[in-house]
Every structure is written in structure tokens, then in C-alpha cells.
Design a protein. Structure first.
Ligand code: FES
Length: 207
């Protein structure tokens, strides 16, 4: 959206901790909507480390399934699921059948909080270590403001400095979902104001 000669105001990073990439064996990578893009970077790194990768691409509806060819290029198998069933499986319940048939040594999930919660609940009975990437609301991103607090294994941690990756079986997703809603009225107002001022679809206020 920038013109030649313009610049981005500030960039800070990288923040947080790097992903743990090792040869685990068989890795199940599950990504939702826009988080499919970073998930595939991790799937690629897992493959390069010697893992066999199975990838699940999920989205609300078929228009939001992306990078399927890229996923196929680096995965042994690719499954697609949509909430409304317009492409692939309807919902993620098929994972229960998959886990009964196949053994996985690790699961990586990136996507909406509710999706990470659901997948973590599905993998828990199978004791598959499950890593979720949490993106709570952040302000400074450096451990000073405390806005990004998450509860993991009963401990208060910061998404920005202790994460972004956490154990999905120990994350308090219900608390995170509540915290993610803190700014909902302001987000809605901002979206309406953006529409009124001819803002673009991404929500950036052009006024
Ligand atoms: S964003 Fe402020 S402490 Fe994490």
C-alpha cells in the first residue's frame, strides 16, 4: 500500500523464542486461514529436519483455503477442512479418525484460538505433544506491559517473551478467548469508522 519513497514507521523484531525444530518423526501440522502461511514455513523446516509431514489446511469456507499446492509440495499428505463443508472435510472431527489410524510424534497448530483449542483437545487423549502459537493482544511486545498474559500449566506467562509457542495441552484457552474479546467494541467501532471513511477491506483507516 506504500508508494515508492514512503516507509514503514517502525519495525521491531524478531521477538519471542524460535520454534523448536528437530527430527521428531511424524509431524502433524494444522493451520487455519491466514496462519496457513507461517505454518507452512514451519512445516518446511520440519521436513528439512527429516520429519514426515502431514498438513491440514482449515478455514471457514473454501475461499479462505490457501497455499494448497505449496502444502502438497512439502507434505506426505494434505487434508483440507472447512467449517461449512464447501471444501474437504466439514470441521475438524475427521482428525479423530485420522489419529486412530496413524501415529504422530508431534502436532503443530497455528490458527484461530478456537481451532487451536479444538485440535489440542483432539490430540490430548493420544498424548501427542501439541504446540500452539498464541497471539494474544500485545502492546510493547517486550515483556513490559503485561497485556499479552496467558495462563499455561497454571502459571502466568507472557505471549511476547515466553512464547509465541506453548503447550496446547496446558494452555487455558477459555481465559485467552475472553481476553481476546477485551477490545471488541473498539475493534467494531474502528471497522465502522474505516468503512465510513472509505477505508480498504483490510480495515486500515484511510481518513
Ligand atoms: S505485549 Fe506487553 S508484555 Fe507482552
Amino acid at each position: 500500500m506504500l508508494n515508492q519513497g514512503e516507509c514503514i514507521d517502525n519495525v521491531t523484531g524478531p521477538l519471542g523464542n524460535p520454534s523448536e525444530i528437530k527430527n521428531y518423526g511424524k509431524v502433524l501440522c494444522v493451520g487455519g486461514s491466514v496462519m496457513i502461511a507461517p505454518l507452512l514455513l514451519q512445516a518446511k523446516a520440519m521436513k528439512e529436519a527429516g520429519n514426515k509431514v502431514t498438513t491440514v489446511l482449515g478455514a471457514r469456507t473454501k475461499e479462505f483455503i490457501m497455499m494448497e499446492n505449496e502444502a502438497k509440495a512439502l507434505s506426505e499428505k494434505v487434508y483440507v477442512a472447512t467449517d461449512d463443508g464447501t471444501k474437504g472435510y466439514k470441521g475438524l472431527d475427521f482428525l479423530k479418525d485420522l489419529l486412530q489410524k496413524e501415529k504422530f510424534d508431534r502436532c503443530v497448530v497455528m490458527g484461530p484460538v478456537i481451532m487451536m483449542k479444538d485440535v489440542s483437545e483432539i490430540t490430548k487423549p493420544y498424548n501427542i505433544p501439541t504446540v500452539v502459537t498464541l497471539t494474544p493482544i500485545m502492546i510493547d511486545g517486550m515483556g513490559m506491559c503485561g497485556v499479552c498474559r496467558v495462563t499455561v500449566d497454571g502459571k502466568m506467562l507472557f505471549g511476547c517473551v515466553d512464547g509465541p509457542e506453548f503447550d496446547g495441552h496446558k494452555t487455558d484457552f477459555d481465559e485467552l478467548i475472553l481476553r481476546q474479546r477485551t477490545m471488541l467494541p473498539e475493534e467494531r467501532l474502528s471497522s465502522v469508522l474505516s468503512e465510513m471513511s472509505g477505508g480498504c477491506k483490510c480495515g486500515r483507516n484511510q481518513a
